[in-house]
Design a protein around this ligand. Structure first.
Ligand code: XLS
Ligand code: NI
Ligand code: NI
Length: 439
C-alpha cells in the first residue's frame, strides 16, 4: 500500500485499559484477553462495513456530500475504487479488525453495461484477494446491491418484470462468485426493495413465491460451486420499500419454512432494524436464537425519536450486554460476527472520526461481553429463570407437557386444587441486578 489515507493514526489501535484518556486506544477491547473459552477477538469477530465507512459521503436528503475523503478524489472510477480499497484495508488493519463486509457495488463501480460491471468487479476482487493475503484481513460477508440501480425500483427478486428478476439473478451470481473467491464466511441477502408500496398494483403472494425461487436458485448455485459460506437473510420491516417481506426475525423464519428454505439459511440481525420493527434488539436476537437461526449481527443502533435507519454506532452497554448474553448462550455466532453497519454523522467530517466511532462500538461490545460472561458464570439469571418454570418439571405441569392431560382433566384438577396463587415476576429486582453488573 503506497498512499496513507489515515496518517493521523500511526500505529494500530491498542488496548490501554479503562484509565486511559487516549481517544485512539481501546479501554475495554483487549483482543487477546481470554473470556471463558476464547479470546475477545474470537468472541466478537468485528467487521468494518465498506459502504458506510468508505463509500459514505455524509450526503442526506437535504444536502450533498460533507466528507472530503482523500480516497474519493481520483476522477477515474476504477482508480477511485482502488484508492478506496487501500483506505479500507489500511483502516481495518489500524483498527485491528479481522473482517470486512461489502456489497458488489461498493468495491467496484458499475460500468456501462452488465458485462463491464462484472469485469470491474472481477478486477477489484483479484485486488482484494491479494491484499487479504498480505494483511490477514478476511471477508465476513459479501452481498449484492439489488436496490440502488433504477432497474430495481419495483423490486429485484420480487419485481413484476421477469427481465428484472433475471438481471438481479445474474448480478447475484457474480456477487456470490466474488464472495466465494475471497473466502467469504457468509453471504447476505437483504431485500431493501423486496416488498411493495401499494396493494393496488401488487400480487403479494406471487412476489413472495418469486423471492423464494430466487433464493432456491442461490442455494442450488452455492452447492454447485462448493461455496462453504453461510447464507444469511437480514430482516428489515421497511425502508426503502414501505412494506418489506422480511419484516422481522419471526416473519422471515416463517417465510423460509413455508418455502422449504429453512435449513439453508440463518439470520443476520440488525439492531436498528429490530427497533424499526417495533422490537428490541435483544428480542430479535432471542427469536432468531431460539429457532437455531441466529447467524450474524449488524451491530448498530437507531434513534428512538427518529423512525428510520439512522445506523449509528452502538454505545448502549446494557443493550450489548443483553446481546452478548444471547450470543454466549448459543455458544457464539459460528461463522458470523459483529458487523458495524453504522455510519458517522454528517458533521463528523474527519477521517479520525471513523476511528472514534469504531473504537467506541468495539469497547461497548467488549464491555457487554464481560458483563454477559460474568452474569452467565454466576448463573444470576439462569437460576431465577429455571426456578420460575419449576411447576412444569413435575406433577401436573410435567403431565401437561408430556401430552397426558386433556382440558377435562385440567378442569377436574382445578375443581380439586382451586385457583393458583399469584407469584411475583420480580422484574424490578432483576433490573437492579442487571444494573449492578453494568455499572
Ligand atoms: C440496510 C441494510 C444493509 C444491509 C446490507 O438497511 O442494513 O446495509 O446490511 O445490504
Ligand atoms: Ni444491515
Ligand atoms: Ni440497515
Amino acid at each position: 500500500m503506497s498512499k496513507q489515507f489515515f496518517p493521523g493514526v500511526g500505529q494500530p489501535i491498542s488496548y490501554e485499559g479503562r484509565e486511559s484518556k487516549n481517544p485512539l486506544a481501546f479501554k475495554y477491547y483487549d483482543k487477546n484477553r481470554r473470556v471463558g473459552d476464547r479470546t475477545m477477538g474470537e468472541h466478537l469477530r468485528f467487521a468494518v462495513a465498506y459502504w458506510h465507512t468508505f463509500m459514505g459521503t455524509g450526503a442526506d436528503m437535504f444536502g450533498g456530500p460533507s466528507f472530503r475523503r482523500e480516497w474519493h478524489k481520483a476522477s477515474d472510477p476504477m482508480e477511485r475504487a482502488r484508492d478506496t480499497m487501500d483506505a479500507a484495508f489500511e483502516f481495518a488493519h489500524k483498527l485491528t479488525a479481522d473482517y470486512y463486509c461489502f456489497h458488489d457495488r461498493d468495491i467496484a463501480p458499475e460500468g456501462e453495461s452488465f458485462s463491464h460491471s462484472c469485469r470491474n468487479l472481477e478486477t477489484m476482487v483479484e485486488r482484494a484477494k491479494d491484499i487479504q493475503k498480505a494483511t490477514g484481513i478476511r471477508l465476513l460477508w459479501g452481498t449484492a446491491n439489488l436496490f440502488s440501480n433504477p432497474v430495481y425500483s419495483q423490486g429485484a427478486g420480487t419485481s413484476p418484470d421477469a427481465h428484472v428478476f433475471a438481471y438481479a439473478a445474474a448480478q447475484m451470481k457474480n456477487a456470490i462468485d466474488a464472495t466465494h473467491t475471497l473466502g467469504g464466511e457468509n453471504y447476505v441477502f437483504w431485500g431493501g426493495r423486496e416488498g411493495y408500496e401499494t396493494l393496488l398494483n401488487t400480487d403479494l403472494k406471487r412476489e413472495q413465491e418469486q423471492m423464494a425461487r430466487l433464493l432456491h436458485m442461490a442455494v442450488e448455485y452455492k452447492n454447485r460451486i462448493g461455496f462453504k459460506g453461510q447464507f444469511l437473510i437480514e430482516p428489515k420491516p421497511a425502508e426503502p420499500t414501505k412494506h418489506q417481506y422480511d419484516f422481522d426475525a419471526a416473519t422471515t423464519i416463517s417465510f423460509l419454512r413455508e418455502y422449504g428454505l429453512l435449513e439453508h439459511f440463518k439470520l443476520n440481525i440488525e439492531a436498528n432494524h429490530a427497533t424499526l420493527a417495533g422490537h428490541s434488539f435483544e428480542h430479535e436476537l432471542a427469536v432468531a436464537s431460539a429457532a437455531g437461526m441466529l447467524g450474524s449481527v449488524d451491530a448498530n443502533r437507531g434513534d428512538l425519536l427518529l423512525g428510520w435507519d439512522t445506523d449509528q454506532f452502538p454505545n448502549d452497554i446494557t443493550g450489548t450486554a443483553f446481546a452478548m448474553m444471547i450470543i454466549l448462550k448459543q455458544n457464539g455466532l459460528g461463522k458470523g460476527g459483529l458487523n458495524f453497519d453504522a455510519k458517522v454523522r454528517r458533521s463528523s467530517v474527519d477521517p479520525t472520526d471513523l476511528f472514534h466511532a469504531h473504537i467506541g462500538g468495539m469497547d461497548t461490545f467488549a464491555r457487554g461481553l464481560l458483563i454477559a460472561h460474568q452474569i452467565i458464570k454466576e448463573k444470576v439469571l439462569d437460576n431465577i429463570i429455571e426456578e420460575r418454570y419449576n411447576s412444569f418439571k413435575s406433577g401436573i405441569g410435567a403431565q401437561i407437557m408430556a401430552g397426558k392431560s386433556s382440558l377435562e382433566d385440567l378442569e377436574k384438577w382445578i375443581l380439586r386444587e382451586g385457583a393458583p396463587a399469584v407469584r411475583s415476576g420480580r422484574q424490578e429486582l432483576l433490573e437492579n441486578i442487571l444494573n449492578s453488573y453494568v455499572v
